[in-house]
Design a binder for this molecule. Structure first.
Ligand SMILES: [Mn+2]
Length: 481
């Protein structure tokens, strides 16, 4: 693997543009459980290490000396696998220089400043200012995904699509969050996942408004939202998808709310082109969704002005998305040299830079009824003229809608890596003969669809009545730079 990544490291070396400085990148070591047993948390090498080394190797350190050249200047120092590790874990010796040789390697270069990336390097005297500067350039250099990375992400996207197909097929009144999680994750693994990319989120009813909800034994009731945010991982590369379903039949209000989020999400996906500033994509999406809330009678006034007043944060309290790939929040942050925004609606943004070809971003707008925000007396007072509070009140237990895809920025149109996962809102109820011992009410009548039909996304004309008026037209991102 270390040789396979020679081109990647050479590109990185060119970006870092070091001369006299040397670079050390620590993989990290397994973290024992607090009980002090012989158990550890699952080992994950630091992403900066994995990016250059391509292996999970506890205790390893990658080094780079620019004076030895952009290809030959890289070395991998690895600990010797012990007999115990062989016996208990079947751990294999990773090829590289013996770790015992590292102190001599450093001593030969002792007058030169050291940048220390990855996991902390005990006993190594690193230059902190240099480290911060190198880390910023390193993060920026690894934002565009190379072919190896994209290949892993496409495999993860396939496994994720399989999981969602299975989950969608079992969502019905009575299904528990746990049952959805089990089927979804099992299908990820059946289709090549090596892990789940992060803790699977499944929230039914009011739980769908909890941004990071861990699934419980709660069963979806007829007419409740079921929000799933989950993704498969393949070889450290993660996909991060959200879909929102309704168990049984959606109400007119649920369809309208869903349609507002869907229209805004699709418009934002179309904005993922080279040069688009992420903060502009975010703010435009906030305006689109706020316009939708005004059209639904939940908010008052002009959408742009409501967003300037940060009133949208009541219903859309998070950022539009982040880089994804080597980890669920990959190499986010700001453009080198750009300070972090302090504006309320931008400080939640995990990244603030223009998009470039090869970036993979999540696009994940959502609208939620979060009681902690919407029943807060201070917010009710501050936004008394912005929100039609009596129209919000009946929906406080409704939950929320989020729709999330992973989008590859290219020199042309954006490519949605997760396009195989249907987005049209459709009634979810078990086909006759496949009910699982619970009352799958609300499944008879013209809305009932067979298993075969359920695998085909229905067109918007069939499944969702159009929202009137539509969210405002979306500006061409090139006009907003
Ligand atoms: Mn997500």
């Amino acid at each position: 693997m270390f040789t396979r990544l020679t081109d990647r490291r050479a590109r990185l070396a060119a970006a870092l543009n070091l001369t006299d400085e040397i670079l050390l990148i620590g993989a990290g070591t397994p973290v024992p459980l607090p009980e002090n047993t012989d158990q550890t948390y699952p080992f994950r090498a630091h992403a900066e290490f994995f990016y250059v080394a391509g292996v999970e190797c506890p205790g390893a350190i990658a080094t780079f000396d620019p004076q030895d050249g952009p290809r030959d200047g890289w070395k991998l120092f690895v600990p010797e696998v012990t007999e115990g590790e062989h016996v208990w874990e079947a751990r294999e010796q990773v090829a590289g220089e013996p770790l015992a040789g590292l102190p001599a390697w450093i001593t030969e270069r002792r007058v030169r400043p050291i940048a220390g990336l990855g996991a902390p390097l005990p006993g190594v005297r690193t230059d902190e200012a240099l480290t911060a500067k190198v880390r910023e350039v390193f993060s920026h250099a690894r934002r565009p995904k190379d072919d190896l990375e994209l290949s892993a992400m496409r495999q993860a996207a396939n496994a994720t699509a399989a999981g969602y197909a299975k989950a969608a097929a079992i969502i019905a009144p009575g299904v528990t969050e746990r049952a959805v999680q089990i089927e979804l994750e099992a299908e990820f693994f059946r289709h090549g996942a090596t892990r789940t990319g992060y803790g699977t989120i499944v929230g039914t009813g009011p739980n769908s408004a909890v941004l990071h909800f861990e699934p419980t034994a709660r069963a979806a009731q007829a007419g409740e939202f079921v929000l799933i945010d989950a993704g498969a991982e393949v070889g450290r590369y993660v996909i991060d998808v959200t879909r929102t379903y309704v168990a049984g039949l959606p109400s007119a209000f649920q369809r309208d709310l869903y349609q507002v989020v869907l229209a805004a999400q699709e418009a934002a996906v179309a904005c993922c082109v080279v040069g688009a500033e992420w903060r502009d994509v975010h703010l435009q999406c906030a305006v689109d969704m706020t316009a939708g809330l005004v059209s639904l009678g939940l908010m008052h006034g002009n959408a742009e002005s409501l967003v300037e007043q940060e009133a949208h944060l009541l219903f859309f309290p998070h950022g539009i998305g982040h880089l994804v790939g080597l980890g669920v929040r990959d190499a986010s942050g700001t453009l080198p040299g750009r300070p972090r925004s302090t504006r309320a609606s931008l400080k939640n943004l995990r990244m603030d830079f223009p998009l470039a070809a090869g970036y993979v971003v999540t696009v994940e707008p959502g609208l939620y009824f979060i009681p902690a925000l919407l029943t807060d007396p201070k917010r009710r007072e501050k936004f008394r003229d912005c929100v039609v509070w009596e129209k919000v009140e009946p929906h406080l237990a409704l939950g929320g809608v989020r729709i999330e895809d992973n989008v590859l920025v290219t020199s042309g149109a954006p490519e949605v890596l997760t396009a195989a996962i249907p987005k049209a809102l459709q009634p979810c109820s078990s086909p006759i003969g496949e009910t699982r011992g619970h009352d799958a009410g609300g499944q008879s009548g013209p809305h009932h669809r067979t298993a075969a039909e359920k695998r085909t996304p229905v067109s918007n004309a069939q499944s969702v009545r159009p929202l009137t008026p539509q969210a405002g037209p979306h500006a061409d991102p090139h006009d907003r730079q």
